[in-house]
Design a protein around this ligand. Sequence first.
Ligand SMILES: [Zn+2]
Length: 256
Amino acid sequence: MSSDFVHKFATFSIPDPRLPPRDDEVVDFLRTCADRWWDKDILTQHQNANSYYPFNARSLVNIVMKSSVAADDPASERIMRFVERFNYHAALDWSALDTKRKTDILYEHFGRLDELFFFGLITGEVDGLSGRAPLVLLETDPDRYSDKLGAFKPTTAKIVIWLRDYDFEQLFLTLAHEMTHGFLSIFSDTRHKSHYEWVDQSSGHGKMFWMLLRFLINSIFTFTKSNYFWSQILVSEDEHYDCVIEQHGPSRPRFV
Ligand SMILES: [Zn+2]
């Protein structure tokens, strides 16, 4: 890690370092980190870039559960608009939609999930390799026979969703799952002593991953009253959820 890189982050300071930062100050700092993610000076080292972020996974999950729009403003216009669009897309016959339409709909909800849960940090535009672009990009793969549901790729900051023959709510959950990976992978302090237990274990399905995803699933059910998300609350309450998915082997679609 170059001293230049450390210097770039050292130039940001919390207004009064003797006090714990307010959540909005943390989010401002994370936005600064996102803006520098693709900085060409640190590009060769960017996989390690977040080893200099001071906020551990637990504190980030707490901030989402306390200060995100979903937590802090559940009666807001943005939540009502989200529910309206969710219900509209859930009622469509997904077997009749082409790949482009499915991708467009998922892209819309990529932005809405980010707005509701992740402070706009995931889809916010940053200085990329070829101009301004969202920090994380979303791609879909129409392969019906893949054994995967979704993946977050840290080296390219890209989410891939395999469309399979799934309907909207199944794909929406996959998107929420991968965005949870993306948020923790990009922004949490990898040096923290509990980082492996909280984030990295079971291929990225540590304890804080599940705590954050459960918060998303519970909130989405609370807002939409979706039967599918009700069923997923019950599934995700099983602390061995990740193992259950893995043990079924390659014949069963897997989250990655
Ligand atoms: Zn996963």
